[in-house]
Design a protein around this ligand. Structure first.
Ligand code: PLP
Length: 368
C-alpha cells in the first residue's frame, strides 16, 4: 500500500468546484493585493480564532517579523525561543537585529520547557516566542505568568496550531500576538504563501496594519518603516473557502492520531504526548524511536512517506555560530533531532492506510 506523507491533491479535488469560482471572482475584480477578499477572510478568521483583530500578511515568517517590528524589537534586545522548531521562529528575531536566546524543550510535548525560561531572562530580554509545535500548545499559563512578572511581550508562533486550544482558549490569544502560516502544507493552506497576525489589542492591531503596507498612514505618508507584508486577494478567497472545512479536517487528523496511539501503545515507539488541557490539531504526528534513520529507510522501501522535523536544532545551525552554543548545551532538543520521525496524518487518509503505516513501523521492530 502506498501512503505519502502528505497528499494535497486529495484535498484540492474535494473543494475544487467551490474554490475555482472564488478565485475567478478575484480575477474579475482585479483586486489582487489585499482588497475585499482579504477583508472578508480577516473577518471570518478573527471570529474563528476568537481574536478581536486578525491581519492578513504575506507569510508566517512575515507575521513574526511584523509582530516584532510592532513591538519595536531592536539590536541589543534578546528574545527567548525554542531551538526545536522551524527556522523562522528564530530567524525572524535575527532579522530585527536582536539576539535569540534558546531554552531547551520538554521531551514529551517537544515544546519549550516553561520552567527553564526564567533563568535565561536578563535585563536585555524583551519578549518570548513560544512555538505550538506540531499542533499542540506550549505551556501558556506558566509562560504568560513569567512574561507578566518580567514585563515581557509574548508572540505565539502558532504557524502549526490554527484551531488548537488550551484550557478551552484558542492558540493566538494567550500572548500579545498570534502568528499563523498558510503555507500550502499547513493545516489551513493557501494556494501559495500567506500568513496572519492575531491580537486582542487595538493599538497593536492598528500598528501591524500600518506596518504591513510600508508603514504608510495616510497613503504616501510614513510615520514608521514597515514593509510589503500584504496578503494576496486570491489567497484570501481560497482561505475563506477552506476555513469552513478546517475543523472537520482537524478532527480527522485527531481520529488518525487515535488509531496510531492505540497501535503504538506498549511498544518501543513513543507516541506524541498531549497535556490533558490541550486539544491538538496534529499538524504532524511525530514519534520518538530508536534506530530512526533505519526505520525511515524501511518505511520508504514499503512506499510509506515520513519526514524528520527537525534534523538539527537551531542553536547548532551554522548561521547562528556567533551565538556561541556548543553540542550538549540543549541536550533534549539535540536528542530529539536524532530520534523524531513524522508519519502521515493528513485528513484524507483512509483508516486502513493509517493502520498500514502503524503496523509497518511495528514490523520494523519485529512486532506483529
Ligand atoms: C511554517 C512555519 C513558519 C513560517 O511560516 P511561512 O508561512 O512558511 O513563512 C514559522 N514557524 C513555524 C513553527 C512554522 O511551522
Amino acid at each position: 500500500m502506498q501512503v505519502p506523507l502528505l497528499d494535497l491533491k486529495a484535498q484540492y479535488a474535494a473543494i475544487k468546484d467551490e474554490v475555482m469560482p472564488a478565485i475567478s471572482e478575484v480575477c474579475d475584480s482585479q483586486s489582487f493585493a489585499l482588497g475585499p477578499a482579504v477583508a472578508e477572510f480577516e473577518e471570518k478568521i478573527a471570529a474563528y480564532c476568537n481574536s478581536k483583530y486578525a491581519i492578513g500578511v504575506s507569510s508566517g515568517t512575515d507575521a513574526l517579523i511584523v509582530s516584532l517590528m510592532a513591538l519595536e524589537i531592536k539590536p541589543g534586545d534578546e528574545v527567548i525561543t525554542t531551538p526545536f522548531t522551524f527556522f523562522a521562529s528564530a530567524g525572524s528575531i535575527v532579522r530585527l537585529g536582536a539576539k535569540p536566546v534558546f531554552v531547551d524543550v520538554d521531551p514529551d510535548s517537544y515544546n519549550i520547557e516553561a520552567s527553564a525560561i526564567e533563568q535565561k531572562i536578563t535585563e536585555k530580554t524583551r519578549a518570548i516566542i513560544p512555538v505550538h509545535l506540531f499542533g499542540q500548545a506550549a505551556q501558556m499559563k506558566a509562560i504568560t505568568e513569567i512574561a507578566r512578572r518580567h514585563n515581557l511581550a509574548v508572540i505565539e508562533d502558532a504557524a502549526q496550531a490554527i484551531g488548537a486550544s488550551q484550557d478551552g482558549i484558542k492558540c493566538g490569544n494567550f500572548g500579545d500576538f498570534g502568528c499563523f502560516s498558510f503555507y500550502p502544507a499547513k493545516n489551513l493552506g493557501g494556494f501559495g504563501d500567506g500568513g496572519l497576525v492575531t491580537t486582542n489589542r487595538e493599538d497593536l492591531a492598528e500598528k501591524v496594519r500600518v506596518l504591513r503596507d510600508h508603514g504608510q498612514n495616510p497613503r504616501y505618508f510614513y510615520k514608521m518603516i514597515g514593509g510589503n507584508f500584504r496578503l494576496d486577494g486570491i489567497q484570501g478567497a481560497v482561505l475563506t473557502v477552506k476555513l469552513k472545512y478546517l475543523d472537520g479536517w482537524n478532527e480527522k487528523r485527531r481520529q488518525n492520531a487515535a488509531v496510531y496511539d492505540s497501535i503504538f501503545a506498549d511498544s518501543p515507539v513513543k507516541a506524541p504526548k498531549l497535556d490533558a488541557n490541550n486539544v491538538s490539531i496534529y499538524h504532524q504526528y511525530t514519534i520518538t524511536v530508536p534506530e530512526r534513520d533505519k526505520l525511515q529507510k524501511f518505511l520508504a522501501e514499503n512506499n510509506i512517506g515520513s519526514a524528520i522535523f527537525y534534523p538539527k536544532p537551531l542553536h547548532l545551525q551554522d548561521c547562528f555560530s556567533e551565538l556561541g552554543y556548543r553540542p550538549g548545551d540543549l541536550p533534549i532538543a539535540e536528542r530529539l533531532c536524532n530520534e523524531v520521525l513524522s508519519l502521515p496524518i493528513y485528513p484524507e487518509l483512509a483508516p486502513d492506510q493509517v493502520e498500514c503505516v502503524a503496523k509497518t513501523v511495528l514490523k520494523f521492530y519485529g512486532i506483529n
